[in-house]
Write a protein that binds this ligand. Sequence first.
Ligand code: GTP
Ligand code: MG
Length: 202
Amino acid sequence: MKDNINLNNAKIEISATNKKQYPKSLPLGEIVLVGKSNIGKSSFINSMLNRKKLARTSSEPGKTRQINFYNIDDMFYFVDLPGYGYSKMSKKDQLESGKYIEEYLEESKDISLIILLIDIRHNPTNDDIHMYNYILSKNIPFIILCNKADKIAKTKVEAKKDEIKKILGISYSTIYEYSSIKKEYVEPTWKNIFNIIKDVEK
Ligand code: GTP
Ligand code: MG
């Protein structure tokens, strides 16, 4: 299916701050990136599309403040959400980011897949666990990607994933490693994504 979609045809559709601005529906819906601030949501989008600067990234947490819809060949959107759990952000900004995330997840009728990014090096945070349980409660297809896999030895990847699975209480396998830097994870991740969204006709 992916071969029929031109992944090079990607552009920002809108940076939304409220639900009235959410764009028109596309056939394969919306693939949403969620995860703590600085985990690499925006970098994920760039790496999957082989673009350097489509989504804005930063080594400073809190870069993405709005809900950015990236239109991929008029077939689906990547939706880049603000991150959660950035304690250095002012209370007001944290509340505002939280409000955007919550409103989007509650209001969008077009989510076809949620991608939850977790740091492969660390145990999931309380916010990660909270988000995971929320996703489960929504009954929306999801995958978990353990990002920054380039930061640990290859031999440690399976054990780290197992630890994360245990903490989240996952027994089946919807959890994979990823790295925005290493291209080797891009193709298998597309395969996983399309396996899930191919059945969704919005
Ligand atoms: P917010 O917009 O603040 O929520 O952050 P984000 O989740 O969009 O993170 P972003 O993509 O801006 O990346 C944050 C930092 O992590 C940047 O310095 C990236 O280069 C780095 N980064 C992202 N993914 C990876 C990865 O897989 N490996 C490594 N080593 N660094 C990564
Ligand atoms: Mg971002």
